[in-house]
Design a protein around this ligand. Structure first.
Ligand code: PLP
Length: 421
């Protein structure tokens, strides 16, 4: 569900015409819908009413301050994967008590900062990390609440590059070592064991592998409790998929939630969820202008003013985002295009042989479902400035990331003295 709809053939975000936003702020640009973000958050929070549940939004999906502030107002926490993300979360008003910290390479300064802030939980991914955390915490007089991220040896995810729960993946500790690691953690200073964590992949559309992994985790928690380990929390990660193309029907958030309730059964536990894509994915679109239509050999290329530096998912995961004209003209019939950008790379292609109503030079197109893993991955390759981001709420729109000037981009670099004298 989202709030991008056509009114008299014009694409709107909530009550604002996309073409108006593009005219005001230029293209390419991301547009986010507040109502959609809020709706997705509430679907989950409502489903777990009556159950202790922290929704720690996986902010790597979209960490814009305005998006975070929108979710913070609803009571959202954050799952962060770097010290930088923690600072963003705090700056947007998400309290440290709702922040969990995941990631395989937590640095000493980042750990120190997180301890000082007093975050809710560290999701520990290895023994060396546990020992580093214990050392830093005890030196500073802190106690780190920890969960081990368990690798359940369950493969899932919408693409090989976003599967994380298999034995070959760098994430988490081995399933069979879990109990021994917990026993070691119990004896370490500065460490308080609180939970078990799992996250098996992303864009998961079928609940079966998730259920399998979650059942394993619940089983482990029951065993460890029986052995006297005080496990009070279960963190089930994120990973629920969203529809990217019309006709796709991934498991819904409601089905996901009821599966979790079933798996938890009567287990008395504080639940943590780390949804990313399911909150932000369909809450954003990416808007671009057609620069040229180029015919060559037996192909037609729709060349856009947006490139893989702005939206990387097609190049990185062979993802296809539904492409829609911003103004729908019923008189136009469908044509087939290779939809490409301006970057000097062959991977700078959004879709191959893609069928849409005929496109013309100068008109606007929108990539749907671009709210997650879109703007956050953008970069300035080919010295294309980071594109703008706009947040809409009802009939209001606001620029929430401005485009840097070329002067700013160049000023961040310096030429050494030996070249200038
Ligand atoms: C990426 C990530 C998530 C969010 O995944 P989505 O598929 O966007 O829900 C949650 N937890 C961890 C540890 C992650 O790395």
């Amino acid at each position: 569900m989202h709030h991008f709809t056509y009114r008299d053939g014009e694409l709107f975000c909530e009550d604002v015409a996309v073409s108006e936003i593009a005219a005001q702020f230029g293209t390419p640009l991301y547009i986010y819908s507040s109502a959609t973000l809020e709706r997705h958050y509430r679907v989950l929070s409502d489903a777990f009413a009556g159950q202790s549940c922290l929704i720690a939004y996986a902010m790597k999906a979209n960490s814009n301050q305005a998006v975070l502030a929108t979710l913070a107002k609803l009571g959202s926490g954050a799952d962060v994967v770097s010290g930088g993300e923690m600072r963003r979360a705090l700056a947007a008003g998400i309290p440290a008590s709702r922040i969990v910290y995941s990631g395989v390479a937590k640095s000493k300064p980042d750990i120190q900062a997180a301890l000082k802030a007093g975050i809710h939980q560290f999701n520990v991914e290895s023994l060396p990390e546990l020992h580093r955390l214990s050392e830093i915490a005890s030196e500073g007089g802190h106690t780190a609440s920890i969960a081990f991220r368990i690798n359940p040896h369950v493969e899932a995810g919408g693409h090989a590059n976003i599967s994380t729960g298999g034995a070959e993946h760098k994430f988490g500790i081995a399933w069979h070592e879990a109990k021994s690691f917990y026993a070691q953690a119990a004896d370490l200073p500065g460490i308080q064991i609180v939970g078990v964590d799992v996250h098996i992949g992303s864009q998961i559309t079928d609940l079966t592998p998730m259920r399998l992994a979650f059942e394993k985790v619940v089983g482990l928690v029951r065993e460890m409790r029986a052995e006297g380990l005080p496990i009070s929390r279960i963190d089930l990660g994120g990973g629920l998929g969203i529809p990217y193309r019309e006709g796709e029907t991934p498991a819904s958030p409601a089905e996901y939630a009821s599966m979790i309730r079933e798996v938890l059964g009567d287990l008395d536990v504080e639940l943590i969820l780390e949804p990313g894509r399911m909150i932000a994915g369909n809450a954003g679109i990416f808007v671009s202008r057609v620069e040229y239509i180029k015919e060559r050999d037996d192909r037609e290329f729709a060349i856009l003013d947006a490139g893989m530096n702005d939206l990387m998912r097609p190049a990185l995961y062979q993802a296809v985002h539904e492409l829609r004209p911003v103004r729908m003209d019923p008189a136009r019939s469908s044509r087939t295009y290779d939809v490409v950008g301006p970057i000097c790379e062959s991977t700078d292609r959004f879709a191959k042989g893609y069928s849409v109503p005929e496109l013309r030079e100068g008109e606007l197109v929108a990539f749907m479902s671009a709210g997650a893993y879109g703007a956050v991955m953008s970069n300035q390759y080919n010295t294309r400035p980071l594109c703008a981001e706009v947040l809409v709420r009802g009939n209001q729109s606001a620029l929430v990331r401005r485009v840097p000037t070329f002067e700013e981009i160049i000023a961040s670099e310096t030429v050494p003295e030996w070249l200038t004298s």
